[in-house]
Design a binder for this molecule. Structure first.
Ligand SMILES: *[C@@H]1O[C@H](CO)[C@@H](O)[C@H](O)[C@H]1NC(C)=O
Length: 223
């Protein structure tokens, strides 16, 4: 954890905002901006977790999603219909590793964990929603995450991420992907209260039904 005084914090917010606006999907600047502006939302997220039995367990256990905790051999051996197998397929077909940016600028250590958990849930959400890693799909997922978490960093990516897209892609975002993100974000269970590590052997469609997470519209316009 890095302690900052007010001036340093303001400079960090400004600097990362400029960088993040120039490229809203660039991981580290968005991460820094997210941490320095997210306190109110993180508090609300923590409270929602404390009020839910599973959320409370997650806050106590503080599970981490890393290359060490996610055993690819085990995941790949799971039956094809399981959440764990789908997660494995998503990660391996996109050549992703479970490692996410470390939380550096959130002072309260429980809130820092909430931020870390939020980040480490991201690929689980890709898996459940069926969204891939193209820019329009990432933006679509950001709309969902924005509704669920109210994190300013999600709003930033959701609003400014589409700028470099083609007209056709923007149209599709407006007509299908954003409406899906808003509706699913409102309808589905609070994802921070899902103990994904305990659902690896659950049928993925059963999970979608239980947590009211619908498949995102097919991304016809994206490459
Ligand atoms: C806790 O949260 C999960 C996931 O959002 C939800 O499915 C479950 O119903 C919640 N439990 C209670 C007791 O509210």
């Amino acid at each position: 954890m890095i302690k900052l005084n007010l001036t340093q914090r303001a400079l960090l917010v400004a600097g990362s905002a400029v960088g993040a606006l120039a490229n809203p999907l660039r991981g580290d600047l968005v991460a820094t901006l997210g941490e320095t502006t997210g306190t109110a939302a993180l508090n609300t997220m923590r409270d929602k977790m404390r009020m839910n039995k599973t959320g409370l367990e997650i806050l106590k256990d503080r599970p981490r999603v890393t290359g060490d905790t996610m055993d690819t051999e085990y995941l790949s051996s799971l039956p094809a219909n399981t959440f764990g197998h789908h997660y494995y397929q998503f990660m391996s077909s996109n050549k992703l590793s479970a490692q996410r940016a470390e939380t550096k600028f959130v002072e309260d250590e429980e809130l820092a964990y909430v931020m870390t958990r939020y980040r480490e849930n991201h690929d689980f959400l890709h898996t459940l929603t069926g969204l891939g890693v193209t820019v329009p799909e990432e933006i679509c997922l950001k709309w969902y995450e924005m509704v669920q978490t109210e994190l300013p960093m999600c709003a930033l990516s959701a609003l400014f991420g589409p700028i470099p897209l083609s007209l056709a892609e923007k149209r599709l975002l407006l007509s299908e992907q954003i409406p899906w993100g808003l509706a699913c974000g409102r309808a589905s269970a609070f994802f921070m209260n899902i103990y994904f590590e305990r659902e690896l052997e659950t049928d993925i469609n059963l999970m979608r039904k239980r947590y009211k997470i619908s498949l995102a519209p097919r991304m016809k316009g994206s490459v």
